[in-house]
Design a protein around this ligand. Sequence first.
Ligand code: HEC
Ligand code: HEC
Length: 218
Amino acid sequence: MRALLSAFVIGAAALTGTTALAASDAEKAGKRVYMTKTCLACHGRNGAKAIMSYPNLAGQNEKYLVQQLKLIKSGERVGSVDPETGHPYVKGMADVMHILTEDDIKNVSKYLAKLTPAEPEVLEPAPSEEMLKAGEKAYKKLGCRSCHGKDATKSSNKLYPIIAGLDRDYLARQMTDMRDKVRTGGKVKLMYGVIKRAKDEDIEAMATWLSQIDRTPE
Ligand code: HEC
Ligand code: HEC
């Protein structure tokens, strides 16, 4: 039985190996978009090494990515202003979005969704156990699980983002922007009613806890 089982496991691994290698033409085209149309500069290698407080994109839901790209391109999603530049954080990206076609948006989203999620960022100083516990508790208490999943690694709808393992400062900024209703467009209104009950310290704790969840394969 064990021999049979391991033969099966090896067979299955070989199978998934080949499908992963045979990237579809759309994914190849998407990779080209990512590498040549500026995305790499801000979102980093393989969509998993974003600079500053920018979002990692690897392993995000494809439908969510398509939707956000459209919202950023059309100017519906703007968000808060970066005090260092005096412009919205998203401006540098919004400025280049005119070079993306509809097909580019579809292909780059397909490519990014299939990539391995980023490793959790190393926080300095390392977060305390109490902070992590408080984050998990607030996430549960405020009812985030019904849409973003029990451990935040799987959303209940593909139009909702997977939020585990994103950059801490990015997470905190998005939660605050949604509480202030300055992040607009898409399905964001679903967030308004929930996040308004979060205090600043809940946001800090949830962002810290979420940023430390490891979505990389074992
Ligand atoms: C100049 C830097 C910059 C460039 C270039 C850039 N982005 Fe972004 N991108 C950002 C920032 C910053 C945000 C988050 C904005 C905010 O905080 O509100 C973002 C957000 C996103 C989001 C939404 C992520 C989420 O979790 O909601 C997607 C998807 C995205 N970018 C894809 C791309 C793609 C694809 C390209 C290339 C066509 C690209 N970006 C080019 C800086 C950039
Ligand atoms: C009713 C469903 C729902 C609930 C409950 C919910 N969210 Fe969301 N959340 C969404 C949707 C939908 C979006 C994407 C909005 C958009 O279309 O721009 C989102 C976006 C986010 C984002 C931004 C992610 C990114 O990549 O930019 C964060 C962070 C987030 N939610 C955290 C939370 C937290 C924390 C809670 C609990 C306090 C929560 N959400 C509860 C539906 C929900």
